[in-house]
Design a protein around this ligand. Sequence first.
Ligand SMILES: Nc1ncnc2c1ncn2[C@@H]1O[C@H](COP(=O)(O)OP(=O)(O)OP(=O)(O)O)[C@@H](O)[C@H]1O
Length: 859
Amino acid sequence: MEGVNGTIFAYGVTSSGKTHTMHGDQRSPGIIPLAVKDAFSIIQETPNREFLLRVSYLEIYNEVVNDLLNPAGQNLRIREDPQGTFVEGIKEEVVLSPAHALSLIAAGEEHRHVGSTNFNLLSSRSHTIFTLTIESSPCGEVSEGEAVTFSQLNLIDLAGSESSRAETTGLRRKEGSYINKSLLTLGTVISKLTDGKATHIPYRDSKLTRLLQSSLSGQGRVSLICTVTPASSNSEETHNTLKFAHRAKRIEIQASQNKIIDEKSLIKKYQTEIRRLKEELEQLKMGIITDTPSKDTAEDSIILWKQKLEDGNVKLQSRLEQEEEAKAALLARIQRLTKLILVSTKETQTSRFSPHPGPRRRHSFGEEELAYLPYRRRDIVMDNESNELLLPVEGFGVSLEDSPKEEKKNRKGLLNWFKLRKRDGASILTSSEGDKSSLTKSTAPSTPIGESVNFHAEPRISNSLAGENVSADLFSIGHGEFPSGSIHGEEIPLTSGKTIDHVDLLREQLKILSGEVALQTSVLKRLTEEAGRSPQSESIQMEMKKTSDEIKGKKRQIASLEREIAHATLGSKGKADKLELSPSYPELLEQLNEKSFELEVKAADNRVIQEQLNEKISECMELQAEVTHLKEQLSQALEAKDLLSNSMMQNNRGVNHAVERHADQGSAVPREVSMEPLQKQQQGLQSIEVDELKQKVSELFEIKAQLEDRNQKLLEESTYAKGLASAAGVELKALSEEVTKLMNQNEKLATELVSLRSPTPRRVSSGPRGARRESMSRRHEPASRRDTNNASHEREKALENMLMEKEQKEAELQRKVEESKQKEAFLESELANMWVLVAKLKKSQGYEHEDSEAKHNVS
Ligand SMILES: Nc1ncnc2c1ncn2[C@@H]1O[C@H](COP(=O)(O)OP(=O)(O)OP(=O)(O)O)[C@@H](O)[C@H]1O
């Protein structure tokens, strides 16, 4: 609350009580509800500051960040800014009361991943982080450059570490491995943080540590709650948890206060907007007053003006209508924004009667809202009225205890309690005075970002008489107090006592009617539940219809009463003195607006409940029909079984008798013993069933045989392809050998050719001496030598031809080699494809085989 970040997380083995510690149950609330309650108590105890609280709720499931407050927010990204890591696009809801915050948690829990494991029926399969962001500033206007105190409280429920011995399969195993991995990273980060020498801390190794980075390394406070289970089988995990705790204890963090000046502060944004809207409103009012012809008249002309105003009210009405609408919209927006900023009600308790309104009052949560929390011991801020409000809670607890079965079904203690409490909340809350805002607030959209103003501006009352005091007084009214206290005549002296009495009477009637509507709504809810249990009960349906008709009638009455109140206020307005009436008018306006808003919300609630009811009824009808059908089938089957066994027994008896009779008579036993037609029918049915099953089995066998055939063929094809490939390989080898041989031969021939050709160049190169010798020898060489030369020339030519032939052959062979290489590659790829196909078929056959086996087993 003082601007220091805080983190509390629960660590421990699965089923050791982390969720119980964080959420608690009806009788002992956990850390989250306690923290939320504390935050609101502190606001109550801090009269000189105003606060804005917002919450977000996320889970990390299988290393994916999901927004639990917004089911559409899946797989969100983690980003960083100077203030630390944050989740981009996460939904943040402004909260107005502990009940409101808890309702959001309950809604978020609906989306959390939970699954049953060997150890825990409702095991958390994800880490959850509930973040409460608190902004505060001194009461009153905050100037532009002034910093706002900003802090975040992260309440983390970690998923439990799982022992490798856990017999988990499939999805659970996958979840378990993600959980263990992130917890391992957390352990590593913590041990590195405690080891002063470590330079790199692996925050980025898991989403959990990344999100916790600013908490663990930054300037906040951290509390680690380690949960252990007394089971001896978990002693190893307990030891590990204690070691983790021991390491974590040694981390040293410097806590410091955060202040923000930039536009990130929502409180500042709202304050600026309120200021702007107020200015606009002032301008609008000035416009209206300037337009009014008698603004500057003297004292005695005021009476005349009043007279005129009464007479020309209808005319003025249409003229002022537009401005009224704009004003109402602005007022509503201011009111809505103002309500989001929380201040203590203590200060205004004293300033309420003061002629000069004290510090501006914004929305004040009442004690009745704190009473949502089932506390035995109430804090000093709680008064008798709140204790009265607590009684239904305890009553409620008794009803829960009475039904242990229901309790078994409950998800997680307090969350479930809250959900149930919320459902029954209408009757409990509206039955007590001054608590009308709680339900509205918890169901109303809380963040008024965007320009849509959900405001019922029905009473078109000219508040020109209220004058400039409107804004000042309006802003001094606390949301929590107006319905009971400030609207009464004692506080605001009015000259027209009768009118005020009448208005009070009408208001009382309105209150009673509202109470009745709330009561009947709760009756309707109860009836809805009953109808869910026995959907065919016509009396319940009738009663429900009657109740909803009554509710509608009462709502009509409420609407007419509201109109009457508006008229009465309008009528009395002319008579009342301007200055005396001015303080009550905005209150009345606000009250009317509140009422209409409340009614709208209730009507919407009612519609939703009605729809849900209809859905549930149709669901129940369907289920009922299904159950009846199944029962019929079962009884038929049982009957058939009985008949069959009876008939068999009778048959046996008949056969025995026949045997005995025929034995007595000394004749042969007849082959067929007559059967009753029913028995025959039964047997016929059975035989049909058996035939069908046999047919199915034979079909399955056929499919199996077909698959086996296909498989066989594929195997054959693959073997053939393999053979082809190996043959191609052999051929290739032979070809390459031949090529090598030919090349060798070629080389030999080439060398031979060279050697044969060599005399000619030698002769050339033998120089002048040689040439002379040659010419001499030529002259003297015999004819036989010349013949030899000719023959060698021919041989040379022949060799040359052979060489050419060889070369051609070689080229051809080379081409062949290339071709066979290509063929081999093609065959190899074919073979690979074939293997893939075989593998696929084997797989599918495996599944089908399993299926058929399963079916076979079932049959
Ligand atoms: N202190 C306690 N008092 C009463 N019941 C408890 C306590 N601690 C745990 N339990 C019960 O034990 C069961 C398991 O507890 P819980 O679900 O909180 O375990 P967990 O550590 O969150 O498990 P997981 O990691 O699997 O989610 C719940 O039924 C819970 O109500």
